[in-house]
Structures are given as C-alpha cells and as structure tokens.
Design a protein around this ligand. Structure first.
Ligand SMILES: [Fe+2]
Ligand SMILES: [Fe+2]
Length: 193
C-alpha cells in the first residue's frame, strides 16, 4: 500500500504544518536577527547617545559580573556556569562592537596603530581565558584564580580604553561621526544581545 509522504517537504497533512511552522520559525529567526540592528541603528541616529558612555556602562557591567564570579564558593558550580555564560555574552557583544566599529576608527582616524593592535590582542587573550574557564570543571581549585587573572586583564584594558584611547578617538571625530558611531555600536551589540 502506498504511504502518503509525511516528510518536511510534503504538501498538506502533518508534514505541511511542520514545514509551515519551520518556515515561520526561520522567518522569525531572521527577523529577530535583522530587525533589532535596524531599529538600533535608527534609534542610535535619533537619540545620539554618547557611544563612549555606553561602552563605559558595559565595562561596569562586565566588571560587576567578574566580581560576582570571584565571590562564588567552590561548590556553586551551577551559579558559576550561569555567571560565566552571562559574562561571555556581554563580553562578546561589547568586543564585537569595539572590534568592528571602534578600533578601526582608532586606527584610521586617530592614527593609533600600536594601541589598536594591543587592544585587539588583549581581546584575543580574554577569549582564551574565557575558553579555559568554560573547559575547567567549575569546582576546580584553580577556577577562581583564572577568574581573577581575567579580571585584572580586563581592568587594565578598560583603563587603557577609557583613560587613553576613547578620549583620543573622541578628539579625532566630529560630532556627526560620533553620532554615527553611536548607531553603529548599538547595531553591532544588537546582533548578539
Ligand atoms: Fe576592548
Ligand atoms: Fe571596552
């Protein structure tokens, strides 16, 4: 007896509704990935929120997460995993914005080639620390030490950005370029947050 197809590509029946659902899910996924950046770009160009203040807010948030991680007891493995995931997401969105829109301007407009390479390199170091923290058992006696190392690296990196490189970039950019940067930072972060 011939069986009616129920695969994803069959028309009608269970297969059809699954296909329709899958199609809807794909559309929703694409919309969720594309629309926030578009809205963010529009909002950024209208509100013109200072991009350097927004990046400094991220810094405070990231440092607060690291402090929370440092305060966890050795047996709080679930909490450590949660905090690490939150840190990874925040740091990834922040780093994406800096690497894709801020650092290229620091290189091309503020002509800080050496500082730019150093900052990119420090982001790479942070990612290696994060990867090590993910791979380690969360009750490993060395876990907290690795968190503290990452925190010190990030604290120094943040200081370099806020005290040296962001002010140089601000001075190198005009008002319109800063407004454009604000929209671009929001758009990049919205890709991941
Ligand atoms: Fe950075
Ligand atoms: Fe930063």
């Amino acid at each position: 007896m011939a069986r009616r197809g129920t695969g994803l590509l069959s028309a009608g029946g269970v297969g059809g509704s699954v296909a329709a659902f899958a199609g809807g899910a794909v559309v929703a996924l694409i919309a969720s990935r594309l629309l926030p950046p578009l809205f963010a770009q529009a909002a950024g160009s209208v509100s013109g929120r200072d991009p350097f203040a927004a990046l400094a807010d991220d810094h405070r948030h990231i440092m607060a997460l690291l402090t929370e991680m440092e305060q966890t007891p050795q047996n709080a493995t679930f909490r450590r995993t949660q905090l690490l995931l939150r840190l990874k997401r925040r740091l990834a969105a922040h780093a994406l914005a800096e690497e894709d829109v801020v650092y290229p301007l620091l290189h091309d407009r503020a002509h800080e080639e050496g500082d730019t390479r150093r900052l990119y390199g420090e982001h790479a170091d942070m990612k290696m620390h994060l990867s090590a923290l993910e791979r380690m058992p969360k009750d490993d006696p060395d876990w907290l030490g690795r968190v503290t190392e990452l925190k010190m690296l990030i604290a120094e990196h943040i200081h370099q950005e806020e005290a040296v490189d962001f002010p140089k970039l601000r001075d190198a950019l005009g008002r319109r370029a800063i407004a454009r940067l604000s929209g671009n930072v929001r758009r990049e972060k919205a890709l991941l947050l």
